[in-house]
Design a protein around this ligand. Structure first.
Ligand code: SF4
Length: 422
């Protein structure tokens, strides 16, 4: 780590952050990064010189332990500690990510209407534009190179960069698996298949496409282009999301070869941040069809793997009303398989989503409690249940109170699913 003073700026290059993702109730940074501290703000940058975090240092900043984070999709997300709103209880994390686009959050707080947050984003843009003019002669070349790099990554360049990411993978990721919260949603997206099997009526993130795996050539091209896209900052990444809505249906060979090739190409073995993690979505059908051979292989690869399955409901009338074309017996079989896999494979974890809605029937909740309480003899810490608020719900208070009631009955870790895009 090297530190320089330039006028009223404090510049630190190559600061070393945490090497493992952890749950922390204070601002924690992962990987290697650089920062510029002004009197009013702390600006932090990834190894490509892209702005990544902004934290206000002045007294009007909403909370000294809260910050803004920019994603590779060029979204600014505000991390709030949530006061006494029980964020850890509901999300399993100490911070609530507040998104700048509509999502299914049951928390009404919108920090982007706060003028202090707006001022921070304006201050960053102004600072970035003025940076070149602030460069005097005679400063160490390392600092000068860093400041030139930062000054070249203006908002226009960063927006184009995010478009490039979407061009590489063939579109925006409309929703990340809920388990990606364990790596603060810092995943490299790699599309293994498009479309999904069921085209459920209630789903707001589906595409019209039929399920279709990408070709091996397409996947290899994505890997090559993603490696160049992440560039120097690749060293800070250790997590891979195999997309899109049902990558599990792509089958044993496609999944395992892709995971192995990406692991080697992205050099995850030497990544600064340890414990590589693989995330994918699966469906009831792809889980039931997967077979032990796939689970045995995933258990052996150098990733800890999370597979998230959309079960939605174990009540027949609810499945009909949300137009999910599945029998109850299949939902129950998938749930039992999830329990069995979680007990048999230490490096593999299957999690499941169920719906939460203020107009869903009592039978939906009774069937859910039957599964996640009555079918289990004790509490199990592996295999989280995510309750996903339907966007047709209006009464957030009622939703939260229903969530708490179910969580207290559940014998599996139970959290709210916050839909985030990339
Ligand atoms: S819930 Fe899953 S399976 Fe159903 S339409 Fe949405 S993405 Fe497809």
């Amino acid at each position: 780590m090297e530190n320089y003073r330039l006028n009223n700026l404090n510049i630190t290059l190559e600061r070393e952050g945490a090497r493992r993702f952890t749950k922390a109730s204070y601002p924690i940074r992962y990987g290697r990064y650089s920062e510029i501290e002004t009197r009013e703000y702390l600006f932090q940058f990834n190894l490509n010189g892209d702005i990544k975090y902004i934290r206000g240092l002045h007294q009007d900043w909403p909370h000294p332990a809260e910050w803004l984070k920019r994603t590779e999709a060029d979204d600014w997300v505000y991390y709030t500690a949530g006061g006494y709103r029980g964020i850890y209880h509901t999300l399993g994390e100490y911070y609530l990510p507040c998104l700048p686009y509509p999502s299914n959050s049951v928390y009404g707080y919108n920090p982007f209407t706060d003028e202090n947050i707006q001022n921070a984003l304006t201050a960053w843009n102004r600072f970035q534009v003025n940076l070149r003019r602030m460069l005097p002669n005679g400063i160490p070349s390392k600092v000068k190179d860093f400041l030139f790099l930062v000054s070249s990554r203006n908002s226009n360049a960063l927006r184009k960069k995010s478009e490039k990411l979407h061009q590489i993978i063939g579109g925006q990721v409309s929703v990340l698996p809920p388990d990606t919260r364990h790596v603060d949603y810092e995943v490299i997206p790699l599309m293994l298949a498009d479309g999904c099997r069921y085209h459920c009526g209630f789903c707001c993130i589906k595409t019209r496409q039929k399920f279709r795996p990408r070709s091996r050539d397409n996947v290899r091209q994505q890997i090559r282009q993603l490696k160049s896209f992440y560039g120097t900052d690749l060293a800070n990444h250790n997590a891979l999301f195999l997309g899109n809505h049902d990558a599990l249906a792509a089958g044993h060979e496609h999944i395992c070869m892709t995971a192995a090739e990406a692991y080697a190409a992205f050099d995850f073995e030497k990544a600064y941040v340890k414990n590589p993690t693989l995330f994918l979505f699966g469906s009831v059908g792809s889980l039931l069809d997967a077979g032990d051979h796939l689970f045995e292989t995933l258990d052996q690869i150098p990733f800890y793997t999370y597979i998230n399955i959309g079960l939605e409901s174990a009540d027949a009338a609810t499945l009909r009303s949300i137009q999910k074309p599945l029998e109850i017996s299949k939902i129950e079989d998938a749930f039992q398989m999830m329990l069995a896999v979680n007990r048999s494979f230490p490096n593999l974890e299957i999690t499941a989503n169920f719906l939460l809605g203020d107009h869903l029937s009592a039978l939906h909740y009774q069937a859910l409690v039957e599964l996640i309480r009555n079918r289990l003899d004790r509490f199990y810490s592996k295999g989280a249940i995510y309750l996903s608020p339907l966007n047709t719900s209006y009464d957030n208070r009622k939703l939260l109170s229903k969530f708490v009631e179910i969580k207290n009955l559940s014998r599996l870790p139970t959290y709210l699913y916050l839909i985030q895009r990339l």
